[in-house]
Design a protein around this ligand. Structure first.
Ligand code: SAM
Ligand code: DTB
Ligand code: SF4
Length: 340
């Protein structure tokens, strides 16, 4: 049984894991985590919103949807030089993965995409794992990103197939799955997870985890976001996520997808160090660092450094899984760095 990564989980199995008594669940998750991952090692990623707001989609949680009236700093696609400056700063502060987000429904084959490809090249040359989240992609676009040096692509399922239409009506669950497939075909590492606190039932969380854990290959990283309710969005008055629900979600993801990086994502500003420690115990091994996520606040580098010190956590080096995943050009990059 042990040491086998499974893609054939049933809903019933996942249900019984998710609903275990909390301390049993955390103990099991911590045990699995120790079997498969370097204990105390946490990946530090930095996000940058390279194109903010004005999105045509209607994702009910999102401050960047043009149709909601939110107080964000809308801006067109940033200049490459500016983005590389941010990336270099993030690297200096200890981040090994840099993720660029654009409020697009989908990528179009235009000048903006060419500019993003240049950014990807530039960040890769800094020796960081480059990630993008740009909305829907075709297989060809995924391929072009891969050729530019893209390491990972983030595209979340967000919630269950059943709950999806309550949250988003401008695209379907199958659209999402199609992009995930296109990313996989290009040999790019997959980052795919969801949000809790959207008004979903426990069954929806279980169903979403089931979809993720039964993909032909598990995503290499699984972000678990707690809704950040933003004034002006339809979900602005949603109840704050219960930290124990977050812990359950992380622990279940860890047990189902033992080798994935499970990322404690949006919502950390509302968590104490004690609460975050529980999430790490439950198998979270990745965070977003830096004052801002895309548009909402996040703990400061200083606060996170203090937390890492206190809990004895170590930042994970870049490209650690290289041999298991894609892209030999990253190896060359590392070699260049080493001899520079
Ligand atoms: N537009 C692209 C897309 O939707 O795929 C990429 C950017 S989008 C902002 C990336 C992810 O951020 C969403 O899939 C969602 O999971 C997360 N997100 C957005 N707003 C959030 C919020 N208020 N709270 C928590 N997560 C949020
Ligand atoms: C993910 O799962 N969470 C990040 C990243 N992937 C792109 C985004 C969180 C956004 C939170 C709301 C905001 O800051 O705008
Ligand atoms: Fe647009 Fe992405 Fe926000 Fe949805 S989550 S509104 S697609 S930026």
């Amino acid at each position: 049984m042990e040491n086998v990564v499974r893609n054939d989980w049933t809903i019933a199995e996942i249900e019984s894991i998710y609903h275990k008594p909390l301390l049993d669940l955390v103990y099991q998750a911590a045990t699995v985590h120790r079997q498969y991952n370097a204990i105390g090692e946490v990946q530090v990623c930095t996000l940058l919103s390279i194109k903010t707001g004005g999105c045509p989609e209607d994702c009910a949680y999102c401050p960047q949807a043009a149709r909601y009236h939110t107080d964000i700093d809308v801006h067109a696609l940033m200049k490459k030089e500016e983005v590389l400056e941010y990336a270099a700063k993030a690297k200096a502060a200890g981040s090994t993965r840099f993720c660029m987000g654009a409020a697009w429904r989908e990528v179009r084959n235009n000048k903006d995409f060419d500019r993003v490809l240049d950014m990807v090249k530039g960040v890769n040359e800094l020796g960081m794992e480059v990630c993008c989240t740009l909305g829907m992609l075709t297989e060809e676009q995924a391929q072009r990103l891969a050729e530019a040096g893209l390491y990972a692509y983030n595209h979340n399922l967000d919630t269950s197939k059943e709950h999806y239409s309550e949250i988003i009506t401008t695209r379907t669950y199958d659209d999402r799955l199609q992009t995930l497939d296109n990313v996989r075909k290009a040999g790019v590492s997959l980052c795919c997870g969801g949000i809790i606190g959207l008004g979903e039932k426990h069954a929806d969380r279980i169903n979403m985890l089931h979809t993720l854990a039964t993909l032909p290959e598990h995503p290499e990283s699984v972000p678990i976001n707690a809704l950040v309710p933003v004034v002006g969005t339809p979900l602005q008055h949603n109840q704050k996520v219960d930290v124990w629900d977050l812990v359950r979600m992380i622990a279940t993801a860890r047990i189902l997808m033992p080798k994935a990086m499970v990322r404690l994502s949006a919502g950390r500003t509302d968590l104490s160090v004690v609460e975050q420690a529980f999430c790490f115990m439950a198998g979270a091994n990745s965070i977003f660092a830096g004052e801002k996520l895309l548009t909402t606040p996040n703990p400061s580098f200083d606060d996170d450094n203090a937390m890492f010190q206190l809990l004895g956590l170590q930042p994970r080096e870049a490209f650690k899984n290289e041999t298991q995943s894609c892209g030999h050009h990253h190896h060359e990059q590392q070699a260049v760095e080493a001899t520079a």
